[in-house]
Structures are given as C-alpha cells and as structure tokens.
Design a protein around this ligand. Structure first.
Ligand code: HEM
Length: 204
C-alpha cells in the first residue's frame, strides 16, 4: 500500500482555492484592461470593479497564508537551505526535463520533512514572498494614487508603479502556466490536483 502524507491542512486548502479563483479573476480582468478589447460581458467598467474586488480579496486572503505559515509547521517547508543550492536545482531541472520521461526515481522524494523539491520551494518562495506582495502593494497604491510619490528620478511615480504592477502580473500569470504543468508530474497526472483538494499526498 502506498504511504500517504497529510500535507495540505484545511486552512491551506481554503487559502489556495480562493487564491486560485482571485488570481484567475485578476488575470482575466487585467488582460481586459490592458488590451481594451471589446466584450459585451466583461465591459471595461466591469473589468475595473471586478479587478479592484479581486485585488482586495486576494490581499485579505494572503493574510491566511502568512499567519498559517508563521504559526504552523507548514512555514518550515519555505525555509530555504543554501548549501549546494545550485547543484540541487540543476538535479531537479534535469529530472523534470529528462529523468521523469525515463521513469527514473525523483532525486528528492517527498517525506514528512520535505514537501517540496528544490525547484518547487524556490519558485513558491519567490511567488508568495516577493511577486504576490509586490502585486498587491502596487495594486493598493494605484487604488489610492494620492499616496504615490509624484516624481521618482524624473519619472512619474504613478507610471513606475503601474509598470511594476503590470510586470508582476505577467510574472504571476507565467508562474501559473508552469505551476499547472509541473503539478501534472505527480505519481499520476491527476494525483497532485487530488492532494490539494483532499489534503493527502501519496509519497513517491
Ligand atoms: C487553477 C489554479 C491552480 C491550480 C489547479 C493549482 C494547483 C496546485 C497543486 C496541485 C498544488 C499541490 C502540488 C504542489 O505542492 O506543487 C498546489 C500547491 C501550491 N500552489 Fe497552486 N494551483 C493553482 C493556482 C495557484 C496560484 C495562482 C498560486 C500563487 C499565486 C499558487 C500557489 C501555490 C503554492 C504556494 C502551493 C504550495 C502550498 C503549500 O503546500 O504550502 N497556486 N497548487
């Protein structure tokens, strides 16, 4: 019988589900505003108000992630060990690009103490502690532009904030595409998706 580990407690599954919904809403409405194509359902005005709602909801939802990671042992999975980091990243990259197709064993099998492989760990760290916070901080700033510095080294503060916001939006969208693809690389293509819904992950 395969061993199962309870990796995703209730609070984490609720945060993740809501986070996925809000991110998808933000991506669709963000693209609608950026490219201003015409759509009778998602009008420009609707895109703006749904985007504002999505951003506010995403920020409050983020506090579940942050508090959960501070006060439960889930936070330990985000503590990066720098020893041999580049070799470990390369090993995992080689496994994802070659080894997995040769049915080799994972170089970093999961266990109670290791939920993420090095690539997952570093990408989740960058997304959750860098990209998403910059995204919602710049988003809130654009909601209240009176608080943005008028001039930064000769450039408009609002312009720079908007550029950073858009760049991070594209970065998170790109992460989502890669995240969905990599999530299919579990024991079976559907296994990881089942885990994030039930909480239980099959050890492999
Ligand atoms: C349709 C949207 C999404 C789906 C189907 C999905 C799927 C999954 C799956 C299957 C896992 C468990 C496997 C693993 O740990 O790698 C997972 C974990 C995770 N996902 Fe997603 N995801 C989605 C959106 C997002 C978004 C938008 C973000 C961040 C912006 C995100 C961030 C994370 C993080 C940080 C974890 C690890 C959580 C933890 O265990 O501490 N996901 N996701």
């Amino acid at each position: 019988m395969t061993e199962k580990i309870y990796f995703y407690p209730g609070w984490l599954r609720i945060w993740h589900g809501l986070n996925a919904i809000f991110c998808i809403l933000l991506i669709i409405t963000g693209i609608r505003m950026q490219y201003a194509f015409s759509s009778p359902v998602v009008t420009f005005e609707r895109a703006v108000s749904w985007h504002n709602f999505g951003g506010i909801a995403l920020t409050f939802n983020y506090t579940i992630f942050l508090i959960g990671n501070i006060f439960t042992k889930n936070g330990a999975h985000y503590r990066l060990r720098f020893k041999n980091i580049s070799q470990r990243l390369l090993k995992q990259l080689l496994y994802y690009s070659v080894g997995i197709f040769r049915k080799e064993h994972s170089p970093f099998p999961i266990n109670e103490d290791r939920k993420f492989n090095p690539l997952q760990q570093i990408s989740y760290l960058i997304i959750m502690y860098f990209a998403v916070p910059i995204l919602f901080i710049t988003g809130w700033a654009l909601l209240f532009p009176e608080f943005i510095m008028r001039n930064v080294f000769g450039f408009s503060g609002i312009f720079l904030t908007a550029q950073l916001h858009i760049a991070m939006g594209f970065f998170v969208s790109l992460f989502l595409i890669i995240h969905l693809y990599v999530s299919t690389m579990g024991t079976k293509p559907i296994s990881n998706f089942k885990s994030i819904i039930t909480g239980w992950q099959e050890a492999h």
